[in-house]
Write a protein that binds this ligand. Sequence first.
Ligand code: BEZ
Ligand code: FE2
Length: 423
Amino acid sequence: MQIFGAALVFVCDENFSILHNGGIVFEEKQDRILKVGDYKELCALYPNAKMSFYPNAVLLPALINAHIHFEFGSHLAQFCYGDFGAWLDSLMTSRDEVLNSGNSSESIILQGINEQINAGVGSVGAISSYGNDMPILAQSPLRVVYFNEAIGSNPSAIDFLYSNVLERLKNSKSLASSTFIPALALHSPYSLHPIMAQKLIELAAKDLMPLSAHFLESAQEREWLTQSNGYFKGFFSQFMNAANSKSLYSPKSFLDMLIPLQNNALSLTHCLHITQEEASIIKSLNASIITCPRSNRLLNNAFFKREFLLDSHIPLAIGTDGKSSNNNVNLLDELRAALYAYPQEEILSLSQSLLLSATLYGAKALGLNNGSLQEGKNVDFAIFEFSQPLFQTHQSHPNQSPLQFILHATKPTHLFVSTKAIL
Ligand code: BEZ
Ligand code: FE2
């Protein structure tokens, strides 16, 4: 039995409860939190437990990076930012070079994994296009929801591409464990043939697998899906040898295809260009949205419109996206960027919401039983020690420790995933 306590415990429940001098109890090798509460009371209840208390520290659930690509890990300055079309053109031209130059080699993926651990991330939603990262992620100490991603709109290629994704899915199922969860991703409505999408949705529904898709990331994607016009018209004729092609979905027809997944962990990433009506459909699907603020700023000059959340109460998770659309994959840096992206919001409640995006709502998006320090949840937590207390109870102003945490957290001193200390 072990008890860990800290001056501040961020429970990461819906109300953002904070315990002063709180703690959690768990048993070695039993991946369930036994109790959460006042540290001294826990010590009195379990007098034989091993006890550790950290006075200038915050104890919170291990963070969740809900959307990251470990492949494409090692480029520097290859891609064009500031316009989604220019970025996709630059990706298409340098994709093979980036992948074939050993850039998705083991060391790059390990570097991405270390970057997660060093930022207090215990769980990731890993989007994999090729499967190169599979064995490394399966062996890593992270809890991984491994999204085998399907792409391909050309009907003559879909048999091959579909069998490729099935093969990757089969391989990931052979590595499945409580910390490596096979899942499926649909790349996006502009890049995936509906026949393949339909089959994968049926598979995911049957096995209750998590499923994720990029959705309405760019104005160009919206123009294509609603008018079959604009940037993607040129894209399909230039890169796909498919002049005169038309969008295979409307935004609504894509979302409607996901109806069989209402009981799955279902997430849509970006959603920068959704309408209120589409937000209502996303809500009715019981889906989560995942936002990647720095990627959105670099590729699309915009941040997710958080106003959509007020009326619809859609859970909003957060991710770093991959290095092809970010300067690093550090989730703490992502939270800091997000903090500065919404100057119209009250800063303390924004800080609390962002921390819930990186914990409670990340777990919801990925279908995990963690992200909150509550009885029965998995034993995934982080302790960040600071040189001074982030808040003292005698202070008269409101408890700003969630804001101070986002500003000052750099590296946890302890990180546990599935009861094991990984840092
Ligand atoms: C395709 O394979 O059809 C595709 C790939 C990337 C972007 C768009 C389409
Ligand atoms: Fe992505």
